[in-house]
Every structure is written in structure tokens, then in C-alpha cells.
Design a protein around this ligand. Sequence first.
Ligand code: M6R
Length: 624
Amino acid sequence: MCGIVGYIGTQAATEILLSGLEKLEYRGYDSAGIATIWEGEVNCVRAKGKLHNLRSKLEAIETPAQIGIGHTRWATHGKPEEYNAHPHMDTAMRVAVVQNGIIENYRELREDLKEKGYVFRSQTDTEVIPHLIAEFLKNPPSLHSPSPFFEAVRQAVNKLEGAFAIACLCADFPDELIAIRQQAPLVIGFGQGEFFCASDTPAIVSHTRAVLTLENGEMARLTPLGVEIYNFAGDRLKKQPRLLNLSPMMVEKQGFKHFMLKEIYEQPGVVRACLEAYFTNDPSSPINLGLPAEFYVDLEQIQIVACGTSWHAALIGKYLIEQLAEIPTQVQYASEFRYAPSPLTANTLTIGVTQSGETADTLAALAMEKERRSGKEPKYQPRLLGITNRPESTLGQMVSQIINTHGGLEIGVAATKTFIAQLMAFYALALDLAYGRQTISPDKLEEIINSLRQIPKEIEATLEKQEHLIEQLAHDFAETTDFIFLGRGINFPIALEGALKLKEISYIHAEGYPAGEMKHGPIALLDAKVPVVAIAIPGKVYEKVLSNAQEAKARDSRLIGVTPVKDGEAAEIFNDLLPVSNVDELLSPILTVIPLQLLAYHIAARRGLDVDQPRNLAKSVTVE
Ligand code: M6R
């Protein structure tokens, strides 16, 4: 939610900030702005809408300033208008601030500052920050602080409540940029005589791979001479940068029209990376998740918290864990669980699934669980596991164990390859649990792992067979307003995921249903204008899904079948077939989701929509 970037060094800041913001647009794109310092003044330029609007405005007023901050916004407080766009400034226009997060106590601060004569020009929570800094700048400088500006920022930050990341500068201190982290991500980049801060590494990877991730309660003071790190009490901290395992190439489309399509095509590679990481060739220890034995001792129950697509992956995780390892498992929406948790259960593993590792609801649910279990008798003690694509994220700092999902950087707002990677993590976890509890025979385990090893080839075959087919099919749905997705058993969450993908990027209303539930109400929605996609994989529920599909056909719906079966009843009832390879039903979700991702992609692309940055959404939802 919102992207921030900052630069201080020897080059012209404007272009560096704009290209950094381009890489952060996935975090929000309803307005953008930058502030630089030149000739003793702050130059603040902002524009409503996408970043290209800001770029056009800046063409006329570019300066050679070598310090600046920038922001791309996803509106929380105040409409997406230019006057609410960041940076925000104090009344005297000397201090400029960009923020990602929410300042929860902004109302009291605002009233107090208004009484002191500060003039507010926006509806945002952020605007209190530059005024507060200006107020603290009036205090006499402290001998113990590195600079009066740093000290004023530090004092202001100590007044703020909420989750935020901030970057700020002041015209009276043109060689200082201060960056702050409190529960919203912020990295510092170290170049040759130039330094950066950003919400995420893609914004700076084309300049430097040496980065330091700030932790909560830390502030960085960037000057042309280097970077100093402090805590909110003003104590200097010793920290070392690390080298990023990310190349500038990875943040480009590499010939694909959209990042989403590129990321769909990267899925065979992602599955290979997960297979490599999670499974070994050693029959005595075939799964290697690196989890400590105490995680598994006396385990009676698992609860999983997640949001959106990660929640769908968690539902498949539940199916796998219950069917393979026989452990009762609950899946909760993190946003619900945090306010209405289930009663405490003993010997429980809590898993947070979040590709970004920054989703506010998931982090808050885990924090709540950790707190309510701490200090209780041993069987209630927290056991927290994170499944994430970003082990360096806030989640990584919060839980004791992580399964890294090896999806690589995902830029399209609609999650695709990170979903597949989460599924792979759940296959490995469920098999590991089953192996440890001896609920699976060694032969069966070997058979499943061998079949998983074939999946990358099957995805490649599916992509090759279907891209063109689905592109053609998408023509027919350019005007469609409603879609239904049906699945049962392990493919019910794939029906949910197919519907979510379509909603997110094509703005078509779509519902995912367990196929057997249709007749209990939603069947009333069906007619010739509502296509139905049914996932029909030979196995436990194949015949049942076909019967449910027949019920839809009898209401005139156009039926699209995601199935490996090309003859018999399937061939008769489906108007269109999206063929997938014939794999064991247990592994089928890794394949059945692919045509649904492509269907959503091609319908949205055909409608001419902004596939990678759909309206109202942001990749990483760091607010409640
Ligand atoms: O980063 P997370 O996995 O925690 O994100 C959770 C959801 O916000 C995310 O999956 C969202 O639903 C995606 N846009 C789905 O495509």
C-alpha cells in the first residue's frame, strides 16, 4: 500500500525517483509526487492518476537537485486527488514528508497543531507529520543528536501511533534525508557516494544490490557521506548491509505484454525451484523444510491465517494436511480471526501464509495469537510458522520458522506464480507431517514426490496447448458480466481462485462455488448469459462435478470444462474444453489453476484493461 522512495547523492534525483516509483507502482497508483531540494527551496510536484501524469508535469520543471523523496499512493484517508497526494509539507513549505501506512492518532495531533496555527491543506493522516517536525524544529538543538533536523524528526515520530514508513527532508538541511520504519517495510540502499531508501528493493536494484532492511523502531539518517542507523530513543545502532539476490532484469517484462503473463509462464521454473529446495534424493530423509523437531511434537491441531489468494492456497493446504497427515486443520481469514479468534487449543501450530510477508491483517492475526499464548502453560505456547515469498519481510522478523516459497519477485498485482509456490510449500509440509507421523507409506510418499517432479513439464504442456485456445475463447466473453466457477474437494479452492483472478483484473462479477452447493441457491443466477467453468478431474468427485455441471447446462449456461477427459460424458456436456494433463487428483490444483489464470488474463487483455495494475487494488495490503 503506497510506495516510497528517497535519494541523496551526486546524480539528478528526479529521474532516479521516477524510475524507482515505476517499480513501486504495484503498491498503489492513484496519485504520485516527488519533492526535491534545489537552491534552498523544496520543489514539490504532485499529480493525480498514474505515474505518467507526474512524469509529464515534471518534464517542464526538472531541476538538477541531488536529494529527493517520492511517493505513489493507494488512498486510505482522503480521495485520490492531487491535494491529497504525497509529499505533504508544513505550513512554511520547508519540510516534506512521504508516508506509507496509517497514523492512527492523527485526529488529536491535527487538532493540536491547528490550535498552534498550522494550516492543513489535505484530508490525509500524513499531513500531521511535516507540521509536527516543523514544531519540534523550534526547540533548541540537542548536543546529543546528530543534527537538529534528525532530532525534530525523532521527536515527531515518537508522537505517532500506527504502522508506518516515512521519508522526509527539509530545505534548511539540504544534505539530510531521514527514513523511518514502524511496521511498514523500508530498505536502505548503499551506492558509491549515493544512498537510497525505498518500500521495496525493485525500486533501487538498478543502482545498488547492497541493502539493509530497517527493523521496526529504527530510523536511518542518509547524508552524502553515508548512512547512520538509530532507534527511536536516538541511540546509534551498528548494522551491516547485505547483498540482494535480485537482478535488474527480473524487474522487466522481458518481451511479454504484461508482467502477469510473464509470471504465468515462469511457473514451471518456480515449481522446479521448490522441488529442488524441499525434496532430496535421500530416501531416509526425502523432505527438507528445515523445521525443528519441536514443531511436530504432540501436534494436535493446525490453524492457518491468510488473505486473498494466500487464503485459497491455505484451503488446499488444509485438504492436504488433513488427508495426508490426519491433523485437524482450520483456515481463517486473518482479518476475521484477529478480532474473533477460536478458543485456545493445545499443541497447535499456527501458520501465516502471505506472499509479500507484509499483509497487515495476517501480521496482526499472528501477533495476536503470539500474545494470547505467551505466558500460558507449555502446551499452549505459540508455535508460529510463516509461508512467504519474502523471508526478509516483516513476517520473517515475527515468526520463529519460515518456509520460503521461491516464487521470485512477482510484480503483477494478481498473484499467479506465488500461488503455485505456496501450493508447493503445502505439498512439502503435508508430506513431511505425514512422513513424521507415519500416516503415509514410504512407497506412497515416493510415488507422490515422483509425480510432483513431473509437474513442471505438465505445466509447460498446458501452457503450450492452451494459450492460443484461451485467447480465442476470451473473445466470446468481452461483454460478459457474470461468471460462475465450480469445483469440489481439492479443486474447490481453485474455483475460488479462478473467480478472484477474473474479478480482480477483468472487473467481471464472478463467484466460486463448491459444485454441490449450487442447487442450494446460486443456481437461481444461471441462464444463457452466465457461463459456468467446471473443474472436473477424475477421482473422488469427478462424477459428482459432472452431475452438477449437467444441472447448470439444463439452465442454458455455456459450460467450460477444465478436465483431462476428452470423450464420454465430459465431451458431451462441455461446450468448451480447457484440457489439462491427467495427473492424480491430489496434485491436480497445480495444473487446473493455469487455464483459469490464462482465462482471466486474456479476458482482461481483450477488454483493454490495465492487467498489471487493476483499479482500486495494491499488491501488498499493508493497512487494515
Ligand atoms: O501478500 P499476501 O499473500 O498476504 O496478499 C494477500 C492478498 O492481498 C492477495 O493474495 C490478493 O488477494 C491478490 N491480489 C490476489 O491476486
